[in-house]
Design a protein around this ligand. Structure first.
Ligand code: FE2
Ligand code: FE2
Length: 373
């Protein structure tokens, strides 16, 4: 007879069946038929509230940078495909996730290197950490990239990354929904038949066509599921944060926060991944809240701390940390004179599309779980 866990709960409406020799024999019989009695696992597979397997983690850039640079000597992009050190959450090693169903890693390229063009069903983004001369080509559109720029390589697009010969070694953060798309068993990958794309448009044409706030091309038809802008530059993003800070108080939970959006729809930049940039003013400390959805943060500017699931993480520029789903979190700017900016990407487009978004402020709701969004 197999040893079995029994997830009993002494609560009306929950499964609470005591094991007996007869039941245990019955469970064995069911198992031989590839079946099981729901009441033995119901309390486990339907918890009262989300229980993330992910743990909060902070990856210090000071620890990672030299190790990422060392990979330049150890492997070539031709052999490695992509020269990346990925972030492995101790609770999610089985799916190579940084948190929840999101993957992230640090990629490095030398000047003059070009990675081969490919496409995949996963949606991807890059957030540039350091170096000059980086570029990405997405479906023939070449975009140039500098520190704190954010670029999309959406589901199904041909894309390749490189660094101009005149540039310097570049490091960026990759963010993808690989674990999610694998969980859905829907991931395809293809290498471009010519290994590289031809640039089919003027460099940075996406900025010219779609990058003017409040305006869009009169001939600009766009119905794809991702933002045609592809690249969101740091300078206008930071200016927008400054302007917004003068116009409004922002959120008690997130400070001055702007979402990157698809200029055509006003919605998230890609179908499965959303992204934001938030600014914490000098000494600003946010209120704690929790919500469904997984978040990967990168410190774009400044220094401060976040308290995630009761644990304090002190961060400075380029550090990366994660907030698992439904875990309490709050942020603080440690400086009295400088603002701090946090880039983040998340799976909120999926969570929202499936009607699964819930949010709760710390101290509200008398400890009752919010069943309605
Ligand atoms: Fe890719
Ligand atoms: Fe939050």
């Amino acid at each position: 007879m197999a040893k079995r866990e029994n997830y009993r709960e002494d609560v009306a409406g929950r499964a609470n069946v005591a094991d007996t020799p007869e039941l245990l024999a019955y469970y064995d019989e069911l198992e031989r038929l590839e079946t099981g009695a729901l009441w033995t696992v119901a309390n486990k597979i339907e918890p009262w509230e989300p229980k993330s397997a992910s743990v909060p983690v902070l990856w210090r850039y000071a620890d990672l940078r030299d190790r990422v640079l060392r990979s330049l000597q150890l492997v070539s992009p031709e052999k490695a495909g992509r020269r990346v050190i990925y972030l492995s959450n101790p609770g999610r090693r089985d799916v190579s996730a940084a948190v929840g169903w999101l993957y992230s890693g640090l990629q490095v390229m030398n000047p003059g290197e070009v990675a081969s063009a490919h496409a995949h069903s996963s949606s991807a983004l890059r957030f540039i950490m350091e170096g000059s001369g980086a570029y990405t080509i997405v479906d023939g559109h070449k975009v140039t990239l500098g520190a704190n720029d954010f670029v999309l390589t959406p589901n199904g697009t041909w894309h390749e990354h490189g660094v101009e010969a005149s540039g310097t070694p570049c490091i960026w953060q990759d963010g993808l929904d690989i674990p999610l798309v694998n969980a859905l068993e829907a991931n395809f990958y293809a290498v471009h038949p010519d290994m590289h794309q031809k640039v089919g448009y003027p460099v940075d044409d996406v900025r010219g066509a779609w990058g003017s706030p409040g305006l869009r091309p009169s001939t600009g038809d766009w119905s794809k599921g991702y933002s045609p802008l592809l690249k969101y530059e740091w300078a206008p993003t930071y200016e927008s944060l400054q302007r917004y800070a003068k116009a409004a108080d922002g959120s008690p939970f997130d400070g001055v926060m702007l979402n990157y959006v698809n200029p055509v729809t006003g919605g998230p930049v890609m179908q499965t991944i959303g992204a934001s940039m938030q600014m914490l003013r000098p000494t600003e400390r946010t209120r704690a809240h929790r919500h469904t959805g997984s978040f990967v943060y990168q410190v774009a500017k400044g220094r401060g701390f976040s308290i995630i699931g009761g644990k304090r993480f002190d961060w400075s520029e380029r550090d990366i940390f994660v907030v698992p789903s439904w875990m309490w979190h709050e942020h603080g700017n440690a400086s009295e004179s400088e603002d701090a900016c946090l880039f983040a990407f998340n799976d909120l487009p999926v969570i929202r599309a499936l009607g699964l978004y819930r949010e709760e402020a710390y101290g509200d709701n008398n400890g009752q779980q919010p069943l309605a969004a």
